[in-house]
Structure formats: C-alpha cells, structure tokens
Design a binder for this molecule. Structure first.
Ligand code: MRU
Length: 364
C-alpha cells in the first residue's frame, strides 16, 4: 500500500542482502521509520516489542529471523534453539509456528552449508505468498461487502466497524480485515470505517487510522466502549475483524475486546465477519479454551505515550502507583457469534464443516 503516495511493504530485504528492513510500528503514527534486523536477537526483540506485529507479519518476520540465525549456526541444535527463541516472542499468533515450520521443513536433510541460503529463499517465498493470500481474501471479502451494501436502502456508504489493526501493517501488504475495504474503496463502493481505538496498545488509533488516512478511506475513530451504542443506533452495517488464531471449529481469537463487539453485534442483528488467512487457522485446536492467551506487561495499561503540543514525544502515568493490573492481550469469540469467515479460498460458515469445505486436506 502507499505511504505518501509511494508503494511500501512492511518488510523487505536490505539492499546488501544481509538483513531485512521493517517499519518500526512503535514509532507510528508520528514517524515512518525503517529499522534493520540483521540477526536472530534483533528479530526476536522486534517481534516481542511489537515493532512488527499482526499475526501474518509476525510469521514472515520470524521466518527471516530463523534464516538469519542459520547464517550464524546452521546446526540442528542451532536451528532448534533459534525456533525456541522465536516461538517464545508472541504466544498467541499461530502464524509464527506455521512460518517457522515451513522454513524448518525447507532445510530438512540439507547439508549445513546450504541451509541458510535455502531458508532465506523460503522466507522470501512466504513473504510473497502472504501478499497473494491477502489479495485473494480481499476479493472474497469484497463480494460480501457488496451484498451488504446492496441491502442498504439510503445509498449511503457501507458502515463497517473494525477492531485493532488488521490492515497492511499487520501483514506484508494489503492486510486481512482491511484488505476488502481497500478494494471496495478503490473500486468505487463507498465505505466508512468505525475504528476502535483498541486499548491498551491503541493499534486502532495509531495504526488503523493512519493507514486508512494514507489510502484516503473515510473513517472515524471511536473509544472501544462506543461500538455497542453505534450498533444499537443502526450505525454499523457489519463488523469486520482479523484473527491471530482461529480454531478448527471456527472460534476466532483476536485482540482483546473483539468478543464484546461480537456480543453487541449479535444482540443488534449486525453481521460479524472475521478475515482468516489459512495460516492463522490452528487445525490442532478444536476447543476455544485451548488457545494460549498472551499476558502482556502492566505498563501497557498504566502508562501512555504520545506527542505533546510542542511536538515532543512523552510518556505519562495514568493510574495510582501500585495499582494491580491484568493485561490479557487476546480473547476468543465463539464460532456461534461469527456470521462468516473470509479466507483466501472463499467465504464459509464458522464451523468445522465450513472450514472443511474450503480446506479438506488440512481439516482431516
Ligand atoms: O497484538 P497484535 O497487534 O499483534 O494483534 C493483532 C491483532 O489482534 C489484529 O486484530 C489482527 O487481526 C490479527 S493480525 C491480522
């Protein structure tokens, strides 16, 4: 997608081929800064600190991180240790395990001297494949949005509520939940996006609002608590969110607060869609309670960073000293509250049968 009119991807190979360059998302929306990752540790730090984030991008970044690790130590023990290090960075996004598995499989049986090069090529293939997947998902999502728009009587823009950031910043390009919205906007279907701020990390306020503005998609930022009210007033035609891990039963794990939106949507007869690239499906989990939920640092709730009136970046405290904090980063929306899953192979019911129809080999 474009930044200041110039096409960008969230991760790219550095000119010297000795590392990758990411967009440091912790600097957005105030600065667009590229950061170089040249080894395993730098990659692991970037994922843990959420310089790169979003399940598909975490997967691709980890794939490059593993390839970089093999340049230093291509032995079996070295590869295992690197996988363990990367797996420990973000526990919920299943794309991480998926991508590491693919890179590892690509070097199996190869002499140590050939591994790093093969792994690097495989990471590049995964990055390119992510773009193709998101673009295909966008097409299927667009069909759904067009149907919904045709049901509107007043001819006004389709009103879509999204939570967190599932745009191109969360993938290599295009995004998952935002991809159909970009395509709708580009093809002349009027859309307006309600952007949940997404406390505590504010991915909606700082990332989704920024990337929609860069692409010229009309949007309005709302506090996380406003969604139910908007739905009650008939101001939301559908909800469209991403996922970090979807179970084989169609339960959708996504950023904390997603479940509350799904409850409000059901109460108000608003369709609730999840954009689910197949790499985000955990075929080994059939039960929502088995999804590992990342617990993040208390500072994310107790402190907030922003830009002061005179342009300085600053961080301030929000709560009484010593306040006890719980910070679960994700929740699981049960399949029964999900109207449909949008995948790169088409749209299906959020059910084992629905997923099996599109992905028979994986579902078995
Ligand atoms: O913690 P994050 O910012 O990595 O989580 C990302 C999300 O939860 C997004 O909502 C998203 O849909 C998953 S990535 C497309």
């Amino acid at each position: 997608m474009n930044v200041d009119g110039k096409p960008e991807r969230t991760i790219r190979v550095a000119a010297d081929g000795a590392g990758v360059e990411i967009i440091d998302q912790t600097q957005l929306p105030f600065a667009f800064v590229r950061r170089r990752l040249g080894n395993l540790e730098e990659t692991a730090e970037a994922i843990s600190a959420m310089r790169v984030r979003g399940a598909p991008l975490i997967g691709v970044a980890a794939a490059y991180g593993l390839a970089l690790a093999m340049r230093d130590d291509p032995s079996e023990a070295g590869v295992s240790a690197a996988c363990q290090r990367l797996m420990a960075t973000r526990p919920t996004a299943v794309n991480l395990r998926w991508a590491l598995g693919r890179v590892r499989a690509s070097v199996r049986g190869l002499p140590e001297g050939e591994r790093a090069q093969r792994a690097w090529a495989r990471a590049g293939e995964l990055a390119d494949a992510d773009v193709v997947t998101c673009r295909a998902l966008a097409e299927h999502g667009l069909r759904l949005l067009e149907k919904r728009a045709a049901e509107r009587r007043d001819g006004g823009p389709l009103q879509v509520l999204t939570h967190c950031n599932a745009g191109w910043l969360a993938t290599v390009d295009w995004g998952t939940a935002l991809a159909p919205l970009y395509l709708a906007h580009d093809s002349g279907l009027p859309v307006h996006v309600w952007v949940d701020e997404t406390r505590p990390r504010n991915q909606g306020a700082s990332l989704t609002a920024w990337e929609l503005a860069q692409h010229g998609v009309p949007h309005t930022l709302v506090a996380d608590n406003a969604g139910g009210h908007l739905m009650q007033r008939g101001q939301v035609d559908c909800c469209l969110v991403g996922t970090d891990r979807t179970t084989a039963a169609g339960d959708v794990c996504n950023k904390i607060g997603t479940y509350l939106k799904a409850l409000a949507a059901r109460d108000n007869g608003v369709p609730f869609y999840a954009a689910v690239p197949s790499a985000s499906i955990d075929w080994s989990i059939g039960c929502a309670g088995d999804v590992p939920i990342e617990e993040r640092d208390a500072d994310e709730l107790t402190r907030v960073a922003g830009r002061s009136a005179d342009g300085r970046m600053m961080e301030v405290s929000l709560v009484p000293d010593g306040t006890r904090v719980a910070n679960p980063a994700f929740d699981v929306t049960p399949a029964r509250l999900v109207s449909a899953l949008i995948t790169e192979r088409g749209v299906c019911d959020a059910s084992p049968e629905g997923l099996e129809r599109l992905f028979p080999a994986q579902a078995r």
